[in-house]
Write a protein that binds this ligand. Structure first.
Ligand SMILES: NC(=O)c1ccc[n+]([C@@H]2O[C@H](COP(=O)([O-])OP(=O)(O)OC[C@H]3O[C@@H](n4cnc5c(N)ncnc54)[C@H](OP(=O)(O)O)[C@@H]3O)[C@@H](O)[C@H]2O)c1
Length: 271
């Protein structure tokens, strides 16, 4: 079993695109419902609101798992650790549970050796309990494993949903013992309109969102759907109880059509 499976709640709440009061209220609701794993990032511009919602919840620190990610512009030696300290100030935390490199440095503008060393330094300094990467391809991971022990790479957080199963990369991660965290599990809502998924949901008398989360979890991934609505957060939270049949899992696997959502101009091609 991966360390991530032992220490990180497999279902978290994502916060991309959530700003200001909406970010605060959404995280507050998620914590009230029972989510104990929150995913943010420097670039989301909401670490302060996430931190305030956490502080106001009065939940014990050791019951929460908080992830943030270092943005591309802060990967350099001069700014990396300072940016993590700023994240911690905004989050009102002395350390995050997981610190990720958000994207491999665009066009290798910053050498991987440099930013992974900074990442490790952040852990050594006690600013992060665990460290990992996001949006790393197989080739990026091969390079990373020459710099960090692969046991130190807590997770690779990548886009995975029924329309983009990212199977080749997931197989590689499995082979190397690197846990996969699936982001954009609903393809930002798109897969929730899929008739095959709706049919499976009707069979189980649950929502399409629950089916998609159950599919991600059945593949031993963690996942971090985001929502701003209490009703949706509640549905997402109870998805951990849904068990799909092997046949249903295979049917959903076969919906893959390579439909990628997160594709900024600096993004590497998936494998
Ligand atoms: N590492 C990276 O580069 C990266 C990139 C992208 C995303 N992420 C992480 O992954 C998280 C999830 O991705 P995402 O937020 O882009 O997309 P997503 O979770 O796939 O989809 C979010 C959308 O689904 C809707 N939704 C949520 N629960 C629902 C439900 N039960 N029923 C119906 N609709 C529902 C939400 O609307 P409502 O608000 O109306 O519920 C929202 O429009 C992000 O928030 C972020 O933390 C990481």
């Amino acid at each position: 079993m991966y360390l991530a499976e032992k220490v990180m709640p497999k279902l978290g709440m994502g916060t991309f695109r959530l700003e200001g009061e909406i970010a605060y209220q959404s995280v507050k609701m998620a914590l009230e419902i029972g989510f104990r794993h929150i995913d943010t990032a420097q670039i989301y511009g909401n670490e302060a609101e996430v931190g305030q919602a956490i502080a106001d919840s009065k939940i014990q620190r050791d019951e929460l798992f908080v992830t943030t990610k270092v943005w591309n512009a802060q990967l350099n030696h001069a700014e990396f650790i300072e940016s993590v300290n700023q994240s911690l100030n905004k989050l009102q935390l002395s350390s995050v549970d997981l610190l990720l490199i958000h994207w491999p440095s665009p066009e290798n503008g910053e050498p991987m050796q440099e930013y992974l060393t900074e990442l490790k330094n952040a852990k050594t300094a006690g600013l992060a309990k665990h460290i990992g990467v996001s949006n790393f391809t197989i080739s990026n991971l091969k390079d990373a494993m020459k710099i960090l022990n692969k046991e130190e790479i807590f997770t690779n957080q990548v886009e995975v949903h029924p329309y983009l199963t990212n199977q080749k990369l997931r197989d590689f991660c499995k082979q190397q013992g690197i846990h996969v965290t699936a982001y954009m599990p609903f393809a930002v809502g798109k897969v929730l309109k899929d008739q095959t998924i709706i049919d499976i949901a009707q069979r189980h008398q649950v929502s399409a969102a629950e089916v998609v989360i159950a599919w991600e979890l059945a593949h031993s991934m963690s996942t971090i759907p985001s929502s701003t609505k209490r009703k949706n957060l509640e549905a997402n939270f109870k998805a951990v109880n849904l068990k799909l049949t092997e046949e249903e899992i295979k049917i959903i696997d076969n919906l893959d059509c390579g439909d990628r959502q997160a594709i900024p101009d600096f993004a590497p091609e998936w494998d």
